[in-house]
Write a protein that binds this ligand. Sequence first.
Ligand SMILES: O=C(O)[C@@H](CO)OP(=O)(O)O
Length: 211
Amino acid sequence: MSGTLVLVRHGQSEWNLKNLFTGWRDPDLTELGIKEAEIGGQALADAGLTFDIAFTSVLKRAEETLRIVLDTVGQPDLETIRDQALNERDYGDLSGLNKDDAREKWGEEQVHIWRRSYDVPPPGGESLRDTGARVWPYYMTEILPRVLRGQTVLVAAHGNSLRSLVMVLDRMTKDEILKLNLATGVPMVYKLNPDSTVASKEVLGDMSGAH
Ligand SMILES: O=C(O)[C@@H](CO)OP(=O)(O)O
């Protein structure tokens, strides 16, 4: 066994609440989102986890979630690396549109394919595969080596940038990834083997609260 990788999706954002496609747009957390980040942090504290380093995107909802989690686990000054490689999938022309309006315009099935499929990009945006093509090299070069050295690493990021990681870590097929929607503020704790495969996975909380 080597180190520990903790992934957490940001808490509910203003645009999750308003049901808008967000992507690289930069809304704040809602009150509920702040609470979710606190609950996620408390679950990590209760599990006795402390971190050697943290990573986040350059979007406020993930940075703020990380700050709240680190405050809650008592590590407010932990070294943190921000990188846009961890940003949410770029939703292209859908960014800022209401998800129900999009369903009316393009149909339920097409919108679901844009939101959850592996390789169909939304117009002008990134597919999950495109997102993985920037998340994975970053994971391989910056995050994984630290875990393999035995460190405990925290990553606060986004629904789809984290789905691209979880898909590979959990060895999910293209069909399985269609159904996966990560809950906000719920930490996923992975212990990795020395060959980078997953030794164990524990989800610290209720996965039903996805936005
Ligand atoms: O709008 C977004 O950027 C994402 C995450 O909230 O939405 P979806 O669930 O459609 O991938």
